[in-house]
Write a protein that binds this ligand. Structure first.
Ligand code: HAM
Length: 421
């Protein structure tokens, strides 16, 4: 028997209701906030991600699905959505079309990570990017948007963590200070941190092992220049005015290299180790770096699988998928079958979810199947009913059976379903 690839999932049945729930609300709220959808390919040139996410990040170092295609090109399954959206923005000349521009996306991403609850190798993100605005207004809008979206899908048990990474120069100074501090402790650090020390000193602060060292380390905020500091203060003031709760987290640095100034992460209280349900921030230098002009930008992405875990942990009631409100059972000759099919079409045209018997079983097997699939009503048509121009309608919950005249079936069924809803 074939098996799915480790770290991937098959999605089907009522589980899909969570996906519909999130995706519908994501699309709706995006449009309400002025974001339009962008869909980019699932794979890109490898160097796009190396350049943008950063050579020394975990993603590029260890987690990319990279392969050579038959034309000898190095291709990578996208590990995240920002770089492809920026590439599309530059390549398609959108960059010349006035600012701000706001895009959202929903789709699969791929990272070769060790799978566990809330961490997969193929996972899905809902993300959004804003191009063109250097203002803290944009940062506040983005965070307000994320907060609204999470509340719209029904979550309450989350915290928004924010921090500022300062500007490029601030960060270079800070990295230097961090290296000087960690140099004294180098021999006691975990193996991962020894590598981080060389490659990506900011990530030293993220270590789950060397927490004590991180606590004593120089604070990023002390290295932030005046402009970035003002930007951060303004953002906080705006969030306060909007009554959006946040926690300042001076150790929040994020795992991708392109950020500057504002970074944020949303953590859910009930998710354990993989608690980050969303993350994002400003990346004012990325567009220029990958071939465009100097255009400030910012964005976020939320992990759909983690959102679903959070919805379940909070017992949020999401709409069931209606696939079988009415079952049509039929037994008899061709005329009966045609009548049953016609009736199914008629009801479906009205938006009623109908399952028509297509297995040609005996009546009792059909009724059993109607019950198994959760139909609320079962319409029964046989030769006798056809002759009398009626159908039988069985309420599957009470067992009660009614006779409807053929001409009134559609309105009758509609009324019954409204009563049962
Ligand atoms: P990220 O923090 O790497 O940011 O990912 C965003 C979210 O995707 C995470 O908070 C998490 O919920 C989810 N996620 C990440 N990796 C996995 C995984 N292996 N399995 C399940 N869920 C996962 C970005 O990707 C940036 N592109 C966000 C951004 C957009 N920044 C600016 N614009």
């Amino acid at each position: 028997m074939y098996q799915k690839i480790k770290g991937t999932e098959d999605l089907y049945g009522q589980e899909m209701k969570y996906w519909y729930w999130i995706e519908e609300k994501a699309r709706k709220i995006s449009l309400v906030y002025g974001f339009t959808e962008i869909r980019t390919p699932i794979f890109e040139e490898t160097k796009l991600f190396v350049r943008s996410v950063g050579q020394d990040t975990d993603i590029v170092q260890k987690e990319m699905y990279t392969f050579e295609d038959k034309g000898g090109r190095s291709i990578t399954l996208r590990p995240e959505g920002t770089a492809p959206v920026v590439r599309a923005f530059v390549e398609n000349g959108l960059i010349t079309q006035g600012f701000p521009q706001k895009y959202f996306y929903i789709g699969p991403m791929f990272r070769y990570e060790r799978p566990q609850s809330g961490r997969q190798r193929q996972f899905h993100q809902f993300g959004a990017e804003i191009f063109g605005s250097p203002s803290a207004l944009a940062d506040a809008e983005l965070i307000a948007f994320v907060d609204r979206f999470l509340r719209d899908i029904g979550l309450v048990d989350f915290e928004i963590h924010i921090n500022t990474l300062g500007d490029t120069e601030d960060r270079a100074n800070y990295k230097q200070a961090l290296k000087e501090y960690y140099a004294q402790h180098l021999e006691h650090l975990c193996d991962d941190c020894k590598v981080r020390y060389e490659r990506n000193p900011l990530r030293l602060l993220d270590c789950k092992v060397d927490v004590e060292y991180a606590k004593q380390a120089p604070k990023l905020i002390d290295y932030i220049g005046e402009n970035a500091r003002k930007h951060y203060e303004e953002l906080k003031k705006l969030l306060d005015a909007l009554e959006i709760k946040y926690i300042e987290d001076p150790r929040l640095v994020r795992g991708l290299d392109y950020y500057n100034r504002t970074v944020f992460e949303v953590h859910h209280h009930k998710l354990g180790a993989m608690s980050a349900i969303a993350g994002g921030g400003r990346y004012d230098n990325l567009i220029k770096e990958i071939g465009g002009k100097d255009v400030p930008a910012l964005g976020f992405a939320a992990g759909m699988e983690r959102l679903i875990l959070a919805l379940k942990a909070e017992n949020v009631n999401v709409d069931d998928i209606k696939i079988n409100e009415v079952y049509i059972a039929h037994f008899g000759g061709e005329a009966v079958r045609i009548e049953a099919m016609k009736l199914a079409q008629q009801l479906r045209r009205e938006g009623i979810a109908v399952n028509l018997e297509i297995m040609e079983r005996g009546l009792s097997a059909q009724l059993k199947n109607a019950a198994r699939t959760g139909a609320k009503l079962c319409i029964i048509i046989g030769e006798n009913e056809l002759e009398r121009d009626i159908v039988l309608v069985k309420n599957m919950e009470t067992g009660e059976q009614l006779e409807f005249e053929k001409n009134f079936v559609v309105t009758g069924i509609k009324d019954l379903l409204t009563e049962l809803a």
